[in-house]
Write a protein that binds this ligand. Sequence first.
Ligand code: HEC
Length: 200
Amino acid sequence: MRHDHETSTAQKREHADPSEINRPIPIIVILLALALFVWAIFYIVIRRPSDNPAFGDNRARSELMAATAGGSGGRVDGAQVFAANCIACHQANAMGLPGVFPPLALSQRATAKATLPISIVLHGISGKLTTSSGVFNGSMPTFKAKLSDAEIAAVLTHVRTNFGNAAGPVSAAEVKAVRDQTKDRTTPWTGDDELAKIKQ
Ligand code: HEC
């Protein structure tokens, strides 16, 4: 019995073993979280913060729509269109390849009245082509299905204002006009003779 007595004295000196109490999340915290959630949804739906051009690259929604619709409002990067569609043949420095691809640098046709280079990019050329860098007889593909009016305008503006060229810019409206006028054409221009007939 003496032993039992000692144990109980020791037990009295100890604190009770800790135990977990199940405390529910206070209702006010749940309500606050709900309120925050509802506010966030309303903010997105009603304020439409994603429409704010300042959160992007400052292009308004209307500009982006115009760009995808092939209008003139979007800022298409002519250098990028050139890199993706022209340098395989005309080379990054626009000097072409002697005897195979004519240079666009200092090209009389590239810097002529816009109708001519637009016609070339829209339908391509296949046949004898006389340039100041020699006579070519290759074939350039059509881009009428591949590039929009805005893209053709941008790439020609890039070509006409770089590589030593100093001709005026080309607008998407000009491209559209030539596209409409030549919409029945299904074959490339045949070279010198046909290109000479394009009104300049
Ligand atoms: C697959 C090769 C190829 C690609 C890609 C190409 N071209 Fe051509 N391009 C040619 C060839 C070849 C000629 C000469 C055609 C001939 O000999 O009949 C030419 C001719 C031209 C001419 C006339 C040059 C002159 O001085 O008479 C222009 C302008 C032109 N290309 C612009 C472009 C532009 C802009 C692009 C890109 C959108 C482009 N080309 C993409 C092969 C190409």
